[in-house]
Design a protein around this ligand. Structure first.
Ligand code: GLY
Length: 365
């Protein structure tokens, strides 16, 4: 049986990307996607490659020469040194403009390998094979590729669409529970920004459910939501900003925790604060604010906010964001469950005072 597929079209450069969903997709990657491809580089990290690279190599070797390139895991390796090392290995293996690349791993591998694909010989065909829940529902979709520099996260990058994204639903069953929470935050976020029906379904589930690996129904829906948003606004001029809900304060919380709190947990906390801000500004009604907070708090058994996070520091990090000037912070806020506030300018951002942000951080207690 062929995998289910969802096709995305990006008018800016007339690019197409297909998202494939299936169990055991790793052994069933559609080979016709590689017809005319001279060779394939599979880029993965030292943890993921041990789990999945053999199966993928076996599948692809039915159609092309494959080369495995392994990087060290972790955000600290998402940099230009690793880009250069991957590109050198691709060149050593004789990859050319007709070659393809597959990013096999979580967000770090996807961001870095996508960036390499966008600049190797001025750009080659590439595919995303995300192996974490967060990468499946968020970072693999939409073509954002980047590496970190000494002056910040994702500071060198490009928008470069993969030709295909392989969502292997069986991968989730082997994920550690602590990985699930990262993607769960994004699933909840998607329901708040665009899907009141999914919100209702999530709301009706007992908290215990969110510790289970079988979230496939929500994974598909979250991918569809993200796909429809990035198709309409590939380069984040307006609508794509709604995907940043909870991220303005989430990133600041993550930085202030010195990355002890994961991205997913930080974004959940970010949404709790930003929902309160929307309520205080009269954008979000009390009932929707409370329902949303109750849903987000269903994840609270997974983590506890560490008292070592200084609220002052969170505020300082939020003000450092390059979008913000003169003590005013920009964020994308919900208007009701399933709808984000477009504002008069239709840019999906609201200006929030430093004082209101400081007060919202008290919610973390
Ligand atoms: N992670 C947000 C975006 O892709 O725009």
């Amino acid at each position: 049986m062929a995998p289910d597929a969802l096709e995305l079209v990006f008018p800016r450069r007339n690019e197409k990307c297909t998202i494939y969903f299936s169990d055991q997709l790793i052994s069933r990657v559609p080979l016709e996607l590689f017809s005319g491809v001279s060779s394939v580089a599979i880029v993965s990290d030292d943890i993921v490659s041990k789990l999945y690279s053999k199966q993928l190599e076996e599948r692809l070797s039915e159609t092309a020469k494959t080369h495995m390139i392994v990087i060290r895991h972790g955000e600290r390796n998402k940099n230009l040194t690793t880009v250069s090392s991957v590109a050198n290995q691709m060149s050593d293996h004789g990859l050319d403009r007709k070659s393809a690349l597959i990013a096999l791993g979580g967000g770090v591998v996807g961001d870095l390998a996508g960036f390499v694909a966008s600049i190797f010989k001025r750009g080659i065909k590439y595919f995303q094979f995300p192996t974490t829940l967060l990468a499946q529902v968020d970072s693999s979709i939409g073509g954002k590729c980047a590496v970190d520099t000494k002056w910040g996260k994702n500071q060198l990058g490009s928008f470069y669409q993969p030709e295909g994204i392989f969502i292997d639903e069986s991968v989730l069953t082997s994920l550690p529970k602590k990985e699930l929470i990262n993607g769960l935050g994004e699933i909840m976020k998607s329901s708040i920004i665009a899907d009141p029906t999914m919100f209702g379904e999530l709301e009706s589930l007992p908290a215990k459910y969110f510790e289970m690996q079988d979230l496939r129904k929500f994974v598909r829906r979250t991918c569809e939501i993200k796909a429809s948003i990035v198709e309409k606004d590939e380069t984040e001029i307006n609508l794509r900003k709604t995907l940043n809900y909870g991220h303005t304060l989430g990133h600041a919380i993550e930085s202030a925790s010195r990355y002890r709190l994961s991205h997913g947990k930080s974004v959940i906390l970010g949404m709790i604060c930003e929902a309160w801000i929307a309520y205080e500004l009269g954008i979000l009604e009390k009932n929707d604010f409370e329902r949303q907070t109750d849903l987000l708090l269903k994840t609270k058994n997974h983590f506890r906010i560490t008292p070592r996070i200084s609220k002052k520091e969170v505020l300082a990090f939020a003000l450092l964001d390059k979008k913000n000037t003169s003590g005013v912070i920009q964020m994308s806020l919900p208007e009701k469950i399933g709808k984000m506030h477009a504002g008069k300018n239709e840019l999906f951002t609201s200006l929030v005072s430093k004082d209101l942000v400081a007060r919202s951080l008290e919610k973390l207690n």
